[in-house]
Structure formats: C-alpha cells, structure tokens
Design a protein around this ligand. Structure first.
Ligand code: HAM
Length: 416
C-alpha cells in the first residue's frame, strides 16, 4: 500500500462539506468587502519567492519545495499566496486599472515544516490583498475583513497588532538590536547567529527557548518608529476602535516573511496549542516595487483553513449539516427498480437531489440505506404502485405518507 506523504491530509467525502462551508463563508465575506477572486499558479519561478518572501526568512531558507523542471528551470511550489498575487498584479498591468485593487484567493500552499497539530506541509489559505492604498484606514479594513470572517465562523481569537516601521526607522532599530544582542551571541542558536548578521529583526521570531529568554528584554521597535510610522500606527488603532474591533499591542510580532512594513497583525486562538495563529498579515509597501512594479503600497493577510477547522471542531462552533438527498426511491422488484431509476433520473434532470439503490439491496436493506443517507423523503414502488402509476412517499420528518403520481413527482419534490 502506498501511504499519503508526511504532512499532507485527505479531505474525505464525509467531511468535505465542512471545507465547502468555510470556503462559502470566506467568499461571502470577500464579497461584502468588494474583493474579487484571483487565481495564480500553484508553482512559480523560485526567484519570485526568494525576492518576494525574502531570503532571510525560514520559509525561503529551509522550507520551500524547489525543483528543476525538465527545461532546467528552478520552480517552487507556492509557500504562500502574496508573492504570486503581486507578480500577477504587475504582469497584468493592474496598477493602470481601478485602485485600490482588492482581491482574495483560496489556495493550497506548501512548506517543508515539521508536521504537528495545525502544521502541515500542504495546507490551504484564504488570503486577501489590497493594492494601491497607503492610508491606515486600509490597514484597519484588512484586519476587519479577517475579524468579520472569524466572527461569521464563530471563532474566538485574540487580535495582536504591532508596527515594524519603514526601512528608515528599522535601520535605527536594527542597530539597537545588534547592540543589545552582541553580548548574548554565545547564548543564541546557530540560526540566530546568521540572523544577527543578515536581518536582526528575525532574532525576535526565534522559537528556541534560550533565544526567547534573551529576546524577552530586547528593545521594542515601537520606541524607534519615525514620526510618520508612529502616526500611521496611531491612526490604524483609531480606525479599529471606530469599528469596535478589540486588539492588544504585541511588540514581539515581527512575522515570518520579510516583506512587511508598518502594521503587522495576528489572530491567535488558544484552541490549538502551539499553532494557534489562525491568521497573519500586514502592510507591505515595498514589495510591488521590489518585484519590478511601480512603487505602490499594499496590505493583506491570510488565514489557514485547516487551523480554522480545528478551532471550530475544538470549540463546537456551529456549522450547517452535510447536505442530504431530498428523496430516496426504493424499488421492490426488477420492474419497480427500473421505474425508480427512471424517476430518479427525471428528478435529477429537474434539479432535485435524488438517489436509488446501486447494490441490489433487498427492500429492507434499501430502507436502512435511505436512513443512513438521511433522505428527507423515502418513496416506494412495488407491483401495485406500478399498476396505479404512483409511488408511496413517506416524509421522514413528520412520518406522514401519501401517494404521488409518477407524472407529478417533479412538481411534488421541486420545492421540498
Ligand atoms: P503566514 O503567517 O505565513 O502569512 O501564513 C498565514 C496563515 O497560514 C497562518 O496564520 C496559518 O494559519 C496558516 N499557516 C501557515 N503555515 C502553515 C502550515 N505549515 N500548516 C498549516 N497552516 C499554516 C502568509 O502566508 C502571508 N502571505 C499573509 C499575507 C498576505 N500577508 C500579507 N498578505
């Protein structure tokens, strides 16, 4: 037997309705905020992520699924959705269209991580990107979109926000971080020594216990924000307050991707343990230009769909039940089974969800099967019914039965 690859999951036919529900709510939320769907390829040129996500991030240095295709090109399965959306925005000249360009996607993403609850190697994101708007109102709107989705799904998660400033204030802050960490270099993990040289901000994101201990007293970026970045952060908070969205400031949030500027945020649930971040995002004003477009600001976020589903399951969030067939048609003998097949087909062609037996079951076993399917109505056809041109239909909710003529089954079931 060949097993599923480590860190991947099947969505079985018995549970896919949960995914469909979350995706439906995500699409409805997107529509409320006038976001249009974008679909980009599952793989891109490796360079897009090296330049986009950043070559000091763990994602690029350790976690990408990169391979050479048969034309000797370096290809990478997308580890996230933002870089591809930005590439497409630039390549399709969307900057010349209506701004802001507001879009969303539902996409698989691939990261070679150590799998655990809520952490997979193939996972799925609902992501939102808004291109072209620089004001704090749009930072707040991105957060409000995520907040609205979580609320609609009945997910309790705390919102943490921070500002990581612009390249100008970050330069000063990186210097301060280097001075702070210099006497502690021996206590840091191997990776952090590289981070210290290449991108000191990354030091704050390390998950190693020793590094976390040192980090705890590191200077806060918020004390180094330039006047504009500080004003932007204050305004973002104001807009969130206007919308009644509760938040806490967490100066330790730096995010695992290199493209962020100014506002960064995460929604964290306590229901999954270590992988409680159900949503992450922020502003990335330098990325469009970095990837070859005009200098245009942008902001966005992504939620992990697997994590949403885990939280919903753990907390017993309400979810509609799996869709059931409207009617199951049982046939007693060969002729009645033929009629059941024909009527079932007529119903389906007219938009009614109907089912018949495929396994040559006895009539008793068919009733059991109909019960398992959860059919709202069970219809029976036998010799007498065939002769009369009717079927006996039982409403499984009320227990009432009535005869329905073969000629009027469509009208009978169409509105049930
Ligand atoms: P991210 O924080 O790397 O951000 O991922 C967003 C969300 O995807 C996480 O909060 C988490 O719910 C989910 N996620 C990430 N890695 C895994 C994994 N290995 N297994 C399961 N779920 C996972 C981004 O990807 C940015 N592109 C978000 C963004 C959009 N920023 C601006 N625009």
């Amino acid at each position: 037997m060949i097993n599923i690859p480590k860190g991947t999951k099947d969505v079985l036919p018995t549970e896919s309705y949960k995914w469909q529900y979350v995706e439906k709510v995500a699409r409805e939320t997107a529509s409320l905020f006038n976001l249009k769907e974008i679909r980009t390829p599952t793989f891109e040129h490796t360079e897009l992520f090296q330049r986009g996500v950043g070559d000091t991030s763990d994602i690029v240095t350790k976690e990408m699924y990169t391979f050479k295709d048969k034309g000797d090109r370096s290809i990478t399965l997308k580890p996230e959705g933002t870089a591809g959306a930005v590439r497409s925005f630039i390549e399709n000249g969307m900057a010349g269209g209506v701004l802001p360009a507001k879009m969303f996607y539902i996409t698989p993403a691939f990261r070679y991580e150590r799998p655990q609850a809520g952490r997979l190697r193939e996972f799925h994101q609902f992501g939102v990107e808004i291109f072209g708007a620089k004001g704090a109102q749009t930072d707040a709107e991105a957060i409000i979109i995520a907040h609205t989705l979580l609320k609609k799904l009945g997910i309790q998660a705390s919102l943490y926000i921070n500002s990581i400033g612009c390249p100008t204030c970050r330069k000063k802050y990186n210097q301060a971080l280097k001075e702070f960490f210099a006497p502690h270099l021996d206590e840091l993990c191997y990776d952090c020594k590289t981070r210290y040289e290449k991108n000191p901000l990354r030091l704050l994101d390390c998950k190693e216990e020793n590094c976390k201990k040192v980090n705890a007293t590191a200077p806060s970026l918020l004390d180094y924000l330039c006047e504009e970045c500080n004003a932007h952060f204050e305004e973002t908070k104001k807009y969130l307050q206007i919308a009644g969205v509760e938040f806490a400031i967490n100066p330790r949030i730096v995010r695992g991707l290199d493209y962020y500027t100014r506002t960064v945020f995460e929604f964290v649930s306590t229901a999954i343990g270590a992988q409680g971040t159900v949503c992450g995002g922020g502003r990335y004003d330098g990325l469009i230009e970095e990837l070859g477009g005009n200098a245009l600001p942008a902001v966005g976020f992504a939620v992990g769909i697997e994590r949403l589903l885990i939280v919903m399951e753990q907390t017993g969030a309400q979810m509609p039940e799996e869709k059931k067939p409207t009617v199951y048609i049982a046939g007693m003998d060969e002729k009645s089974r033929m009629k059941a097949f024909a009527l079932c087909d007529t119903l389906r062609q007219n938009g009614v969800e109907a089912e018949v037996d495929h396994m040559e079951r006895s009539i008793k076993a068919q009733f059991k099967y109909a019960d398992k399917l959860g059919a709202k109505f069970v219809a029976v056809i036998g010799g007498n019914e065939l002769a009369e041109g009717v079927m006996s239909v039982k409403n499984m909710t009320t227990g009432e039965s009535e005869k329905v003529a073969f000629t009027s089954v469509v009208e009978y079931f169409q509105n049930k």
